[in-house]
Design a protein around this ligand. Structure first.
Ligand SMILES: Nc1ncnc2c1ncn2[C@@H]1O[C@H](COP(=O)(O)OP(=O)(O)OP(=O)(O)O)[C@@H](O)[C@H]1O
Length: 472
């Protein structure tokens, strides 16, 4: 299929030297001096003033709703969770239906209802699909792979690329859960640290992995015969094909696949130029695209807090914690250094904090996410490495301790959307709070508001009553 058009488009694009995107989710090299998940206060950091502890019970933040809310949304035609069809009507194989119901899914979401018939049509068709964060894209493409795979054939037939190690593991879990009534079906993880013997050919029918390792497995190590791949999925597709993302590796993998391999591209965001590029490299694609004003979810309330310095931002964060009970929160920082500092300060305040940043060993990163998922830590301080895809239901609040900016200091709208989308998963309500600490960051926030045509209201974190109100 697209080998030539893909390659051609890439060459043209590179020749034009036009920067497509500024997302910075490159897999980062593990270093031996990685931080631990258990935090120790850094003696060198400036101490913040001791906070006056609020001596009253904080109201609970009722953001994690019951399945009731989901059912209401699934009946609302304006909701991204709305569907007219049932999973039965999507003609899934009985084993997959069993898997879907065992996961507690009652009805498909809009993206599942629309994308599945396109992905399962004969002959196979390509698809570029956009849907809001947390609306079930993963389940959609996982069901497509599981439907297409022939379990009797003991070689890789479906290849799925994720931008990060954590996301590859998480998606792998979904494949395992949905495919659990298919005992003969096996999954291989092509991620860093998963060492196989040289000369081996893998027999697993589905491979999920990160671009670097998948490329090695297909070319240098020849564990996978790319010519036998029938379905190629790019999750977080925009970052996988943007020049600043994983473009080189994704393209080199794609060039090895057969011409008629089905290509499925999914993301919550596609910056305009990346969208154009995607359409150029994927032949005759079906397209599911959101209007700009549909990209944000109404179930996530967005606020900003005005501060003058990093310490003030920290105090504002403590005030928020003093005023409301937060199930779990993710706090995003621009640099690893700030993340490390903030995590140490929060743990000094008595919070159970986990820290995840790119320089940690991948196994350690996976362990941190797992502990957070199990609720062992309530706050995860992180960088953009965790901005995309991570699905932890209990995350009721996302804090942008630093607003997302690209390498030129411009607002990174796509990362903003992915970050706040770590809350408000599948119809749950969520809160996103942005810390603004300068004229420059106020300008960034204004531009983000304009981009999405979505008002972000100011929150006075010195006013506890006001903070409480936003939980209603
Ligand atoms: N039909 C469904 N019914 C109920 N829950 C669902 C359904 N589909 C998906 N979910 C759940 O919704 C949550 C979000 O789904 P998923 O992670 O697939 O979203 P996504 O669109 O891939 O998000 P992101 O853009 O952040 O990657 C998951 O916990 C998943 O188990």
């Amino acid at each position: 299929m697209a080998t030539d058009s893909w390659a051609l488009a890439v060459d043209e694009q590179e020749a034009a030297a036009e920067s497509l995107s500024t997302l910075q989710l490159k897999e980062e090299k593990a270093k031996p001096d990685a931080n631990g998940a258990v935090l120790k206060a850094d003696d060198n950091v400036e101490r913040t003033e001791d906070e006056e502890k609020e001596d009253r019970a904080a109201p609970s933040l009722n953001l994690v709703d019951t399945t009731n809310q989901v059912e209401v949304l699934q009946r609302d035609p304006n909701s991204p969770l709305y569907s007219v069809k049932s999973f039965e009507e999507l003609h899934l194989k009985p084993q997959l239906l069993q898997g879907v119901y065992a996961m507690g899914f009652n009805r498909p979401s809009k993206i599942q209802e629309n994308a599945l018939p396109m992905m399962l049509a004969e002959p196979p068709q390509n698809l570029i699909a956009q849907s809001q964060s947390g609306t079930g894209k993963t389940a959609a493409f996982v069901l497509a792979m599981l439907s297409r795979v022939e379990p009797g054939n003991k070689y890789p037939q479906c290849l799925c690329l994720s931008p990060t190690y954590e996301l590859a593991l998480q998606t792998g879990k979904v494949i395992e859960q949905m495919g659990k009534f298919y005992p003969e079906l096996k999954l291989a993880y092509a991620v860093r640290g998963n060492k196989l013997e040289r000369g081996q050919k893998i027999s697993e029918q589905i491979v999920i992995g990160t671009p670097g390792t998948v490329l090695d497995w297909c070319s240098k190590l020849k564990f996978i015969d790319p010519k036998k791949i029938k379905v190629f999925v790019l999750d977080e597709a925009d970052v996988m094909i943007a020049t600043q993302g994983h473009q080189d590796q994704s393209i080199r993998i794609q060039r090895m696949l057969p011409r008629d391999c089905q290509m499925l591209l999914f993301s919550a965001t596609f910056e305009d130029s990346v969208w154009k590029f995607a359409q150029k490299v994927v032949p005759d694609p079906n397209i599911i695209k959101l209007k700009r004003e549909e990209e944000t979810l109404d179930t996530i309330k967005q606020y900003y807090v005005l501060c003058n310095s990093r310490d003030e931002k920290f105090r504002a964060l403590c005030n928020i914690y003093g005023a409301i009970t937060i199930a779990q929160a993710m706090v995003f920082c621009h640099t690893r250094k700030t993340a490390g500092w903030l995590a140490a300060e929060l743990s000094k305040e008595g919070h159970q904090v986990a820290l995840l940043s790119g320089e940690m060993m991948v196994e350690q990163r996976a362990a941190v996410i797992e502990r957070f998922r199990e609720g062992k830590e309530k706050v995860l301080v992180t960088t953009n490495v965790c901005a995309r895809g991570i699905d932890v239901e209990q995350v009721s609040v996302v804090i942008n301790f630093d607003l997302p900016v690209d390498k030129d200091g411009n607002p990174d709208n796509e990362t903003y959307l992915h970050r706040i989308g770590r809350t408000g998963r599948f119809g749950k309500r969520g809160l996103a709070i942005n810390m603004v600490d300068s004229k420059h960051s106020m300008n960034i926030l204004n531009r983000i508001q304009e981009h999405f045509s979505k008002k972000i209201n100011r929150l006075d974190t010195d006013d506890l009553d006001e903070i409480e109100k936003i939980t209603n």
